[in-house]
Every structure is written in structure tokens, then in C-alpha cells.
Design a protein around this ligand. Structure first.
Ligand SMILES: Cc1ncc(COP(=O)(O)O)c(C=O)c1O
Length: 406
């Protein structure tokens, strides 16, 4: 019925490539096969006890069950700005320059919705965490996708990035209203240093665009690398906002807590739109999030060690299986070029074959944009024993591929 009635926004959203993989995964599992699953960025493990205890304590108090503040309770916003002061030496006003969000994904979608007029253009590097692109489409804007590349340590090729960004700005009509950056990057794990942000902020001021920076993986770094914040660049607050999430560092993905900070005009827009959409997170979650940010941080070291160990086991065992992958310095992912024997398959077909022939699930690079073709993303969410089992399965599969090619 009503076939002539269209939902333009929904029609502009592509079908999720990952849905195809999930469907096969489900089918294989129903058939009784034990799939080793590296496909989702969903942290395993438990939230640290002191955070859970605070949630329980707060939930048992009276007057905590009502609607909360949509921009976050003051104590949480203060904990957020204190966190920035401690970690990055950045001073922020908890009233006008910080907003707590229901995870950083919700914050991002609403930030984009708040600042995008129909037909506005935004630049997003490709490949990208899918919502970075699609929130703009949902908001009625247009996305200019920009390629980027990296060296063998997954550090951004900065000169090329700025050449391509300048080209994107020159060729875009209207001029971009904002540029989205996400370093350490999902899915590629690519990192930058502070001087990258110094250049980006200077360019934003010259070309008159805003910057949205997503540092979801700020804490998950290895081998001495430390994530910079764009807001530590002098004058960045004039043009930039940044988001962070408690999902990864504190193993709180299901709690849905994150935040945005920075430019007061953009933060004000997000606060305002959120006041129309929601009544804030459940207060005990906000109280527990305050404790997470203010409390002992050794739980983060444990998370880092867990991912680092898995990364090392994965790189070593996959190399022994005939799949050599460069070593990332950050995130909970490994971004792996397809092994030479499988290059001709492309990332989607390779992912399907890994699932059905090696019982290993990964994410095809093409799902993150055309710039992701030729790669797969492997999330470090299985334990070391299962990583080694995956390597054994993959070794056999790659041998069979080679034999087929003969
Ligand atoms: C780059 C990046 N940003 C944001 C998020 C969303 O995190 P959350 O909504 O849990 O805060 C993710 C989740 O995987 C991510 O990879």
C-alpha cells in the first residue's frame, strides 16, 4: 500500500554491508559451527567493579529515578572538563563547552543534525566509521569523501592528507561546513601527532570550516604512542569540537556514555537539540560515569595490556599462517591488507570465504567505504587461545586457496 510514498532519508541510506556478513554468521552458527568472531568493535570483559558498585549505590537512593538533565548532570560535566585538564592541559567551561551524550555515536548524530542545513557539504576521510558519513546523509547534507594513506606504522601521510583536503575544499560547491577527523582511526588504526591538528586548525580558520574530532580510542595506545587532542592546539576551540567515549577505555559500551567538548557555539547547538530529543541518561549511570572519569585509572592499563597482548599474538600467529600484517599503535583493531593469495577475491568475498571455510568472522574493508577495499578489519575481541585457533584455520584455508590457484 502507498507505494508512491517515499522515505527519502531512508532511501539515501545504503544497505549495511555488515548485515550480509551477520546473516552468514548466524546461518553458520545455527548449523552448529563455532565462529571465531573478530567482526564487531564491541569490547569484551566486565566494567570495573568500582564503577558498577557506584551505579548500584546510586540506583538504590531515592530521587534518582526521574528524568535527568539532557546535557548531563553538572557533576558529570565537571568530571569531563577536569579529565581534559588532567589529560591534555585544556581548560573548558562545564556549562558552555561540555555536554554528556548517550555514547559518542548519539552525540555525533545529533551534533551533525544540529549544525547541518539541507545541502550543506562536509568532508569525511574514506574509509570511515560508517556513522561519520551517514549521519550527514540523515541530516540532509552531502558528503565529500576524501582518500588518505599511511605508512607501515599506520601513521597518517600528512602532506598527502592536506593536498587532498585542499583539493576537496577547492572542488566543493558549496564550501565544506565541517570536516570530520577520527584519530586513532576506526577502521584503519591510523594515528596523528599534535602538529597535524595545528595545521588542520590553521586551515579551518583560513577556509572557514568547523572540525569534528572523534577520539574514541584515545586511551587504547601501545609502544609509547600517545593520542593528542585537537583542543590542545592553541585557538582550536574557535573552530573545533571533540568527542570521547567511556565505551572502550572503561568497558562500558552498553552503558551508553560519552561526551562532546569544545567550541561553545557547536556545543550550545548540541545541548539545544538534545533538549528536544531526550531527557538525559539515567542519573545513576551519570553518577557512575563521574566515578569512572575521576576514579582510579589502572583499569585502563589492564584494557591496554589485554589488547596489546592479543595484537601481538594475532600478528605472530597470522604471520605463521602466511598472512603478514603491519603492527598498529592504537585502537582495538588490526587493519589487514588481504593476503596475496586472496587479493583477487576483494574484501567482501574474502570475508565470506573466511567465514564459511575458516570459521573466522572479520569486517570487509569495503563496508567502511570504497577506500577500505583491499583490507579487512579484525577486532581484538577474542582471547589468545581463540586467536591461535583462528590462525590455524586460516593457514589451512590459505593453503587450499593456493592449491586451487595451481
Ligand atoms: C571511531 C568511533 N567513534 C565512536 C564510536 C561509538 O562509540 P559509543 O557510541 O559507544 O560512544 C565508535 C564505536 O565503535 C567508534 O569506533
Amino acid at each position: 500500500m502507498f507505494d508512491e510514498i517515499k522515505f527519502n532519508t531512508i532511501d539515501r541510506l545504503p544497505n549495511y554491508v555488515f548485515a550480509q556478513i551477520n546473516e552468514i554468521k548466524l546461518r553458520e552458527r545455527r548449523a552448529g559451527r563455532d565462529i571465531i568472531d573478530f567482526s564487531m568493535g564491541n569490547p569484551d570483559g566486565d566494567t570495573p567493579k568500582h564503577i558498577v558498585d557506584k551505579l548500584v549505590e546510586s540506583a538504590q537512593k531515592s530521587k534518582t529515578s526521574g528524568y535527568s538533565a539532557s546535557k548531563g548532570i553538572y557533576k558529570l560535566r565537571l568530571a569531563i572538563t577536569d579529565w581534559y585538564k588532567r589529560k591534555y592541559g585544556v581548560h573548558l567551561d562545564p556549562e558552555t563547552e561540555a555536554v554528556a551524550t548517550m555514547g559518542s555515536k548519539e552525540g555525533y548524530v545529533h551534533m551533525v543534525q544540529a549544525i547541518t542545513n539541507p545541502g550543506d557539504v562536509a568532508v569525511v576521510p574514506d574509509p570511515a566509521y560508517p556513522i561519520h558519513t551517514h549521519a550527514i546523509i540523515i541530516a540532509g547534507g552531502n558528503v565529500v569523501k576524501m582518500p588518505f594513506s599511511w605508512n607501515e606504522k599506520y601513521e597518517l601521510e600528512v602532506e598527502q592528507f592536506f593536498n587532498d583536503l585542499n583539493k576537496a575544499i577547492r572542488e566543493s560547491m558549496p564550501k565544506p561546513k565541517f570536516v570530520v577527523v577520527n584519530f586513532p582511526h576506526n577502521p584503519t588504526t591510523v594515528t596523528v601527532d599534535q602538529s597535524f591538528y595545528d595545521r588542520l586548525v590553521a586551515l579551518a580558520k583560513k577556509e572557514r570550516f568547523y572540525i569534528i574530532s572523534d577520539i574514541a580510542y584515545a586511551d587504547i595506545t601501545f609502544d609509547g604512542y600517545q593520542t593528542p587532542s585537537i583542543l590542545a592546539t592553541p585557538g582550536a576551540k574557535d573552530v573545533a569540537v571533540e568527542s570521547y567515549t567511556l565505551s572502550k577505555s572503561y568497558t562500558m559500551a552498553g552503558w551508553r556514555v560519552g561526551f562532546f567538548v569544545g567550541n561553545p557555539k557547536l556545543i550550545g547547538a548540541l545541548q539545544k537539540i538534545k533538549s528536544w530529543f531526550d531527557y538525559g541518561m539515567y542519573t545513576p549511570i551519570q553518577v557512575a560515569a563521574t566515578v569512572a572519569l575521576n576514579g582510579p585509572q589502572d583499569c585502563i592499563d589492564e584494557v591496554i595490556q589485554k589488547y596489546q597482548k592479543r595484537r601481538d599474538v594475532l600478528l605472530e600467529s597470522f604471520a605463521n599462517a602466511g598472512w603478514k600484517i603491519d603492527k598498529p599503535q592504537s585502537t582495538m583493531f588490526v587493519w589487514a591488507k588481504l593476503p596475496p593469495q586472496a587479493k583477487h577475491l576483494g574484501s567482501l568475498e574474502f570475508t565470506k570465504q573466511l567465514l564459511t571455510k575458516a570459521e573466522v568472522a572479520v569486517s570487509p574493508g569495503i563496508g567502511f567505504g570504497s577506500g577500505g577495499e583491499g583490507y579487512v578489519r579484525i577486532a581484538l575481541i577474542e582471547n589468545e587461545k581463540r586467536i591461535r585457533q583462528a590462525a590455524r584455520n586460516i593457514k589451512k584455508y590459505l593453503k587450499d586457496l593456493e592449491n586451487e590457484a595451481r
